[in-house]
Design a protein. Structure first.
Length: 202
């Protein structure tokens, strides 16, 4: 009985600590890097989307040595990849030192209207949060509303505004697909990136 009482005391203390963290705005705890392989395997075998059980999933790339993480809504087309590369070059950022990942973990998943896309990205949200929990960074740039909503489940997010993401800064800007089709938005995104660069320099 003493062992059971001790176990219950420990469990009660743990629950209390987690509740305190949650009330302070901490929604998840960073995992050790050793869990990444297990997470990759879990994502690869995911069948949450009925037609996406082929194991052909998307994973992030880069080192985040610059302190910057970029979250895209979905994998880039060739043209969108060029836009991102040019934006990073203009920002004097080495792409290899920026961690780039996607909210959607299945290729070509961002189809249909925004409501349908947000519903599907919610299935991947847990994977994205776990992926980022093992990375050290200061700033995240979310390209597109789906990416922003995957990180902060808040429908009031506005472009060009910084938000708190577990102690890091999160900036929402226009998605690459929108920048490819609407060139007039590119000046806005460059202004957003300048704000990000200033934040990283502080």
């Amino acid at each position: 009985m003493d062992i059971i009482r001790e176990y219950n005391d420990i469990l009660s203390s743990l629950v209390g600590s987690l509740e305190l963290l949650r009330s302070s705005g901490v929604h998840f705890i960073r995992r050790a890097g050793g869990t990444q392989a297990a997470l990759r395997a879990e994502i690869a075998s995911c069948t949450r989307c009925v037609d996406r059980g082929d194991g052909n999933k998307v994973w992030g790339a880069g080192e985040a040595a610059s302190g910057l993480v970029i979250v895209l809504s979905a994998p880039c087309t060739k043209q969108e990849d060029m836009l991102l590369a040019n934006l990073l070059k203009k920002s004097a950022l080495d792409r290899d030192k920026v961690y780039v990942t996607c909210a959607f973990k299945c290729p070509e998943q961002e189809h249909g209207d925004l409501e349908a896309a947000l519903k599907r990205v919610s299935l991947c949200r847990g994977f994205l949060l776990q992926e980022l929990s093992a990375i050290s960074f200061r700033v995240i740039v979310a390209f597109g509303e789906c990416a922003g909503r995957a990180l902060l489940d808040d429908e009031t997010l506005k472009y060009g505004t910084f938000y708190d993401y577990n102690g890091a800064k999160l900036m929402l800007t226009h998605g690459l697909a929108a920048l490819d089709k609407q060139k007039e938005l590119r000046n806005d995104t460059w202004a957003h990136m300048q704000s990000v660069l200033r934040e990283m320099d502080e």
